[in-house]
Design a protein around this ligand. Sequence first.
Ligand code: ZN
Length: 140
Amino acid sequence: MNRFRLVVHPFFMHHISQPCKQCGRAVKGRTDKQFCNDGCRNQYHNLRNSCQNNYMRQVNHLLQKNRRILAAHFGGSTKKKTIAQQQLADQGFQFRYCTHETKTDNGAARFCYEYGYLPLEGDVLLILHQPSVESTIFAG
Ligand SMILES: [Zn+2]
């Protein structure tokens, strides 16, 4: 019985090996090998990571755009740093995306990095600037 298995085993192993997860070619060698070589393994993992990275890239892009819009209003020449919510929306501001919230005496302020907004009455927003992560909020 043992002799029989010794003869058959290599043949058996060779034929039940899975196709390479990357290129689909037969994988030679051990049956638990998933890829035909390091190149295929790296390519497979790079592609998988790029899907995750692509999501992060899109979110980062949205956050940076939001930040840019807020920064432009905060740094503008008008002394009043209030703006209509609709005006931000018209400029492509995505209200669903922010980096963090901070509680203020007047409600929750939402930030995109160091620039944020605090809803006032109606659809008016007060643009805020938070110069460093630990500091308190300075309203424009
Ligand atoms: Zn391969």
